[in-house]
Write a protein that binds this ligand. Structure first.
Ligand SMILES: [Zn+2]
Length: 161
């Protein structure tokens, strides 16, 4: 088999690339860096074992996730992809906090608007009741006048009013 037909893994490991090479579909010779990083972090043997333990249709995704994890682990030996996950989780918490604050402000504005509407309705209702208020006032004035007339009546004075 010619060297150019070997996958990146077999080329790196200086071995023949068999037709049924488990790594060949996911580590093409055109991207040697991808296998180099994964090999550095996981080791070629472990990559092969992990891919063999995964159903065929999920192996591409598994290889991609290993490549991403390895790339970030090489870039950040302390946190790896956890560093980015942590940053994004912090961002989610910040955005959720902003969202909650905005919802509270909207609720406050709605409550304030409702309160203003109720006050306006109460004012209108009170103004509509005004003629009746005046009528009631006049009636009570008449009542007190009648009462004065009654109390000034000599027949009432006899009883000490
Ligand atoms: Zn191979």
């Amino acid at each position: 088999m010619e060297g150019s037909s070997r996958c990146a893994a077999c080329k790196s490991l200086r071995r023949k690339c068999p037709k049924d090479c488990v790594l060949a579909p996911y580590f093409p010779s055109t991207d040697p860096q991808r296998f180099s990083e994964v090999h550095k972090i996981y080791g070629a043997s472990n990559i092969s074992k992990m891919l063999q333990n995964i159903p065929q249709h999920l192996r591409e995704m598994a290889a991609d996730s290993m490549a991403i994890e390895a790339k970030l682990r090489v870039q950040d030996p302390v946190y790896g992809c956890v560093g980015i996950i942590h940053q994004l989780q912090q961002r989610i918490i910040e955005v959720q906090s902003e969202l909650l604050k905005s919802k509270c402000e909207i609720a406050f504005c709605n409550a304030h608007e409702l309160q203003q509407q109720q006050q306006w309705q109460q004012l209108q209702h009170w103004q509509q009741q005004q003629p009746m208020f005046h009528a009631a006032h006049e009636l009570s004035w008449l009542d007190s006048s009648d009462q004065q007339e009654l109390t000034s009546d000599p027949s009432f004075s006899e009883f000490g009013f």
